[in-house]
Design a protein around this ligand. Structure first.
Ligand code: UD1
Ligand code: CA
Length: 457
């Protein structure tokens, strides 16, 4: 019989060793809260009911991730893993299997959990085990002469012989809910830590005629929990290395994988070249033959085929077309769209603007709330004055417009196709098709000019 799946994620622990006002499970790995990694994995299984047990900082956890689970259940006092699971009992479905996950064990993989779930049904409870190099502090798997699991012994309750066992309890378990309901009340806190141990379920299940099966997790990273910031940094590196390997296997060149970080849902096409110290965040989509220079930071954006991002280009919430050139030192702010073959040079800031096909803003400019047509040339130092201190206005610039250096374009303003703005102009009135606009005072030259003399004697 195939049972449906409920999931319980334990996340009540304070995480004292993080030395933080933030609950441990909200600390971020690859830009995403630890708990969020686990909830994403849970939802990738066919999970019908997702419960999270919170304790320390429960309001903040629920506020931050409230839409990612069916319910957040408060465990007022942390009296042990069995006590934590017991809090969710009223909300679990009798005809389901419950899978127990941990909010501070973020790298567990879907396939590993599926392998465990495959072995479990109404008459088989499952425990995910792992053979580790250093089992210190973890629950040991005790087996009989037939190799069958008989119990789990916590480090603090273990004999020296048991401590020598390298096969450990990962904590991940899958249990039929109807049986769990009868077993949990049998768990007592008569152990070294005076806690209600979920691990006691093994003996209780066996005594109740239910088989206990184990599934082995080969990859220790997946079951590694985070207790302090050093472990968090370690798992971050592991996560990044896994991503790098995947990218490189898919045809992406990384100048140095140790100096490239991905924090979000990132897709990179083959033949993309990425130099050192690049960070990609949020939803990022990089098309083929894009070159990303050193120190570029990209957040929530797409970059079209063949585009080159020169060093230290920063892009956020923007769409960049094909064969564009940006930077070095270009800043593209939210709401910007660059059409194909557009060019932004150094120290150029673009905000909430459309830059037309083949248009160029090459040096030291600010373009905000503007729409530029195709093949526009914006001279050095040009600024759109889009803000009067209260309201923002738009600057509309047609095709083939030429804007001389150091122009000040005071919005609202429209410059029609072919318009030509003389260098140094302050433009306040609309410019019609093919007009030349000059908005600057005339130069006057004075003969025989005497320079001021110094007052010092
Ligand atoms: C537990 C297992 C141990 C296993 C280890 C793997 C028990 C008794 N022991 O050990 O066999 O090797 O995990 O890491 O289950 N939590 C709550 N509420 C509580 C207690 C814990 O939500 O009252 C959460 C914690 O936040 C944490 C997880 O459960 O995410 C595990 O708790 P922890 O105290 O680290 O478990 P251990 O006793 O170390
Ligand atoms: Ca622990």
């Amino acid at each position: 019989m195939i049972l449906k799946l409920n999931v319980v994620v334990l996340a009540a622990g304070k995480g004292t060793r993080m030395v933080s006002s933030l609950p441990k499970v909200l600390h971020k790995l690859a830009g995403k809260p630890l708990l969020s990694h686990v909830l994403d994995t849970a939802r990738s299984l066919a999970c019908e009911n997702l419960q999270v047990v919170t304790g320390f900082g429960s309001e903040l956890v629920e506020q931050t991730l409230g839409d990612q689970a069916n319910r957040f259940v408060l465990q007022k006092e942390q009296l042990g893993t069995a006590h934590a699971v017991a809090q969710t009992i009223p909300y679990l479905e009798d005809d389901a299997l419950v899978l127990i996950l941990y909010g501070d064990v973020p790298l567990i993989q879907k396939t590993t959990l599926e392998a465990l779930l495959d072995k479990v049904d109404e008459n088989h409870m499952g425990v995910l085990t792992c053979t580790v190099t250093d089992p210190k502090g973890l629950g040991r798997i005790i087996r009989n002469n037939n190799g069958q699991i008989t119990s789990i012994v916590e480090e603090k309750d273990a004999t020296p012989e048991q401590k020598a066992i390298a096969e450990i309890n990962t904590g991940f378990m899958a249990i039929p809910v109807n049986r769990l309901k009868t077993w949990l009340p049998k768990i007592e806190a008569n152990n070294a830590q005076k806690e209600y141990y979920l691990t006691d379920l093994v003996e209780i299940a066996l005594a109740d005629g239910c088989s206990v099966v184990t599934s082995d997790c080969e990859n220790q990273q997946e079951i590694t929990g985070i207790n302090n910031r050093a472990q968090l940094a370690e798992l971050e590196r592991i996560y990044q290395q896994n991503m790098h390997t995947e990218f490189m296997n898919n045809g992406v060149s990384l100048a140095d994988p140790a100096r490239f970080d991905v924090r979000g849902n990132v897709t990179i096409a083959p033949d993309v070249e990425i130099d050192i110290n690049v960070i990609l965040e949020g939803e990022v989509n990089i098309s083929s033959h894009v070159k990303i220079g050193a120190g570029c930071i990209l957040k929530n954006c797409s970059v079209g085929e063949g585009t080159q991002l020169h060093p230290y280009t920063v892009i956020e919430d923007a769409v960049i077309g094909k064969n564009c050139q940006l930077g070095p030192f270009a800043r593209v702010r939210p709401g910007t769209e660059l059409k194909d073959s557009a060019k932004l040079g150094n120290f150029v800031e673009i905000k909430k603007s459309i830059i037309g096909e083949g248009s160029k803003v090459n040096h030291l400019s600010y373009i905000g709330d503007a729409e530029l047509g195709d093949n526009v040339n914006v001279g050095a130092g040009t600024i759109t004055c889009n803000y009067d201190g209260v309201n923002k206005y738009k600057t509309m610039i047609g095709n083939e417009v030429f804007i001389g250096s150091n122009a000040v374009l005071i919005a609202p303003l429209e410059i029609k196709d072919g318009g030509f703005i003389a260098a140094g102009s302050t433009i306040t009135k609309p410019v019609a098709r093919d007009q030349l606009a000059i908005g600057r005072s005339r130069q006057s030259n004075i003969d025989g000019w005497k320079r001021p003399e110094s007052n010092k004697k």
